[in-house]
Design a protein around this ligand. Structure first.
Ligand code: ZN
Length: 458
């Protein structure tokens, strides 16, 4: 399996010591002790900004400890490999390296699918993307694969033929060059060739890792085998899936005239949605007559769809923070658009509308990215550095001391301390300020947005 991860870096003792010291130093753990999904117990976030690299990892903590260990081992290995590279390249290159690991947990009939996406940038033209998916029975922990969904084992050959046909079709439709033999080999009847799949109302979606069906530069290839072709191949009970209807109630709209004599503040929360912190914030907004804005990650939207829906229905503004939190400056146009479009699609699936506002990760945007996105670029002018301090009082002080009319405040609703800091600040500022969403801020300030610009405040 030439396209599979084969490299195992052997670490020297010093490197190991260095790594463990680094790890102890860098782990900024935030646990959310909410249990709305019994399979996803909580999560751990690691974030680090060093001189020569950034690292951002979200780990799921699962009720199923066996799967959790496999996932944690996989992520840890990727992280150690990245940190070793970063250490080796320190002082050698000016390039800022980047590691971003996100996950999503979705239901697949009686099973669960956990997808882990690893993006690493260690120089050169592209991010290296690696995905791994785990399919398991949440009750028993039993791991399954695509064979589980086939009518019988002999159908693997039929599936392989279809995969070959639709992969060639994909390349032809895209007007891209392809290597017939390569595709044949990469889609041959070996269950490991189909380790990343999804079944939905359109049919069977298969993703092939870079190098599986074409050169590495082709990136990950995703094809869709239509449902009509799957009769007799996929078990009957897994076909004819009804598309899920979006059922959101119309978001609450507030009478904004009551805020006319007040200064305005827009609290914005990135990197979510989450379970505990997002809900804690939503629980407390009415107390301060507040509405806020969430710049959500496309990769998390499905996993935390309940929080997103609730935030939207309450009348908060939902914006995009892209799919995988990558540095857009390091991506080609196609990948930039994919990061943006996939997120918009995911959000639309949950709340019924696409977001209008984009906040590029790290604020890394420019005229070119803005024109590709065709969305309004919203940045910030008050950076609380909440992810660094994890201290509600300090975060509150940062907000209070920098607050001004029209300010946009940057926070993250994956940390309970950030939410607590925001609420403490609202308590202190409530007589002087009204806390409004970006939509409301724009309306109250009568701003006419220009998609070619970025907005830091209003
Ligand atoms: Zn972010």
């Amino acid at each position: 399996m030439s396209y599979k991860r084969s490299k195992k870096i052997k670490l020297t003792k010093t490197a190991k010591m260095l790594l463990s010291t680094l790890m102890i130093g860098i782990v900024l753990i935030s646990l959310s002790f909410y249990h709305s999904d019994k399979n996803l117990e909580n999560e751990i976030h690691e974030i680090k900004e060093e001189e020569n690299y950034t690292l951002k990892i979200d780990y799921p903590k699962l009720a199923n400890k066996k799967i959790e260990k496999e996932v944690t081992d996989y992520i840890t290995e990727a992280k150690e490999e990245f940190l070793t590279t970063a250490e080796n390249l320190k002082g050698v290159t000016q390039t800022k390296l980047d590691l971003s690991i996100t996950y999503s947990l979705t239901s697949l009939f009686d099973y669960q699918a956990l997808h882990v996406n690893i993006y690493s940038y260690t120089g050169g033209a592209h991010y290296i993307k690696e995905d791994k998916s785990y399919y398991f029975n949440p009750e028993t922990g039993e791991e399954i694969n695509l064979l589980n969904f086939l009518a019988n084992e002999n159908k693997l050959q039929d599936l392989s033929n279809l995969a070959y046909y639709y992969t060639v079709k994909y390349y032809q439709d895209e007007n891209r060059e392809y290597d017939d033999e390569w595709i044949k080999e990469g889609t041959s009847a070996n269950i490991e060739h189909f380790s990343n799949f999804n079944l939905n109302e359109n049919g069977l979606e298969l993703s092939f890792a870079p190098y599986q069906v074409g050169p590495h530069s082709d990136g990950e290839i995703t094809i869709m085998i239509p449902e009509t072709k799957l009769k007799g191949i996929i078990k009957e009970e897994y076909l004819s899936i009804e598309p899920e209807n979006v059922t959101t109630s119309t978001p609450q709209k507030r009478d904004l005239s009551k805020f006319q004599d007040k200064k305005l503040l827009a609290f914005t929360f990135d990197d979510g949605p989450s379970d505990g912190p997002t809900n804690k914030l939503l629980d407390n907004l009415d107390q301060y007559d507040a509405r806020v804005t969430f710049f959500v990650l496309g990769s998390r939207v499905n996993t935390y769809s309940k929080s997103l829906k609730r935030a939207y229905e309450m009348g908060n503004t939902i914006g995009s923070h892209t799919y995988s939190h990558l540095n857009l400056f390091k991506l080609g146009d196609y990948d930039i658009m994919k990061e943006i479009n996939n997120t918009n699609d995911e959000i639309e699936k949950i709340i019924g509308i696409k977001p209008q506002y984009l906040r590029a990760p790290y604020g890394n945007t420019n005229e070119h990215i803005r024109s590709l996105s065709n969305m309004y670029s919203i940045l910030w002018d008050v950076d609380t550095e909440d992810w660094k301090y994890k201290d509600a009082e300090k975060i509150k002080d940062n907000i209070v001391s920098h607050a001004h009319d029209g300010a946009i405040i940057l926070l993250h609703d994956i940390y309970t301390t950030s939410v607590e800091g925001a609420l403490l600040a609202m308590e202190e500022l409530k007589d002087e300020y009204a806390f409004v969403s970006i939509d409301e801020m724009i309306e109250l300030k009568k701003a006419n947005l220009d998609p070619t610009k970025s907005y830091f405040n209003f």
